[in-house]
Design a protein around this ligand. Structure first.
Ligand code: SIN
Length: 288
């Protein structure tokens, strides 16, 4: 693929590309934005280093080049920047945010197509994020499995993570570990929405595994206990080494991933150290 305005290096792993020659804190020209968009659709995740000049305002402005920004329902935003949330793990915390395989906020009617994460402060080692190519993982399934999965609708809900008995709710009550910014409406945390388990990307036309263990409560018409082993199989399948890229953050790094075809997992392997990120999400379409 030819790019005139950006450098695209795909040697990082099975999914994603490292982009250089771009300063994201500067307003981006239409030409640069359109090349970044093309590279993002081709490689599913764009990684950037040395973006220390990025502020909450310029991170939001960068996100807005790709669509309308959304408000994340379970975290209070950075002061004055309603679309930018802090993701912080303090040195004495034992639990981290995003420490399980998931796609962001898939339990809302129109889940975000993009997430843009900026590393404000990183531990001296560890704190990597793993990214899995759910599109290639889908293509490698047998024809029989693909056909069967395509008939399944998921009941997507924040309940298992953020609900009354959810994992984060219990952890916050026990330790306060998720930080002062974590919160949200209890009613919304128990809400449900229907989306397909296999999603067709509305820009590329490619199919991908979309439903995972974190946010699919059950398949429509199935019991949760019946659904869980299949959801586990899908997550185990798509997180095999051949689909996964490990991103090592530096202070100032940025990752922009496509939630329609990528799962991610924030490693919790830096005890005693602080990690501080800023995140924005860009609104997407209803999955089809
Ligand atoms: C997230 O799940 O959005 C956070 C990922 C990370 O902190 O690496």
């Amino acid at each position: 693929m030819d790019y005139r305005h950006i450098c695209v290096d795909t040697s990082i792993g099975p999914v994603g590309a490292v982009i250089s020659d771009v300063d994201l804190s500067d307003p981006l020209s239409d030409d640069v934005t359109s090349e970044l968009h093309r590279a993002w659709l081709d490689h599913k995740i764009l990684f950037f280093h040395d973006q220390e000049a990025l502020t909450p305002a310029t991170q939001a402005a960068f996100g807005e080049r790709f669509g309308k920004l959304d408000v994340y329902p379970f975290m209070h935003a950075v002061d004055g920047h309603p679309n930018v949330i802090p993701i912080i793990k303090e040195p004495d915390a034992t639990v981290n945010f995003g420490g399980g395989w998931h796609t962001d906020t898939s339990y809302v009617e129109k889940p975000p197509k993009a997430t843009i994460l900026h590393a404000v402060e990183v531990p001296t080692s560890g704190g990597e994020t793993l990214f899995a190519d759910a599109g290639r993982a889908y293509e490698d399934l047998s024809e029989g499995m693909r056909t069967w999965l395509e008939g399944l609708i998921g009941i997507y809900s924040p309940r298992a993570v953020h609900g009354r008995d959810g994992a984060y709710t219990k952890l916050k009550a026990a330790s306060g570990d998720l930080g002062g910014s974590y919160g949200g409406s209890e009613n919304f945390a128990e809400s449900e929405v229907e989306h397909p388990i296999i999603r067709t990307h509305e820009e590329t036309g490619h199919k991908s595994i979309y439903g995972g263990r974190a946010h699919v409560w059950s398949f429509k018409g199935w019991a949760r206990d019946e659904s869980k082993p299949i959801l586990k199989f899908l997550t185990d399948h798509l997180t095999q080494d051949q689909y996964v890229t490990t991103f090592k953050w530096r202070k100032g790094s940025v990752a922009m991933w496509d939630n329609r075809c990528v799962f991610h997992y924030a490693l919790n392997n830096y005890p005693g150290e602080r990690r501080h990120m800023h995140r924005v999400i860009v609104q997407g379409a209803r999955p089809g």
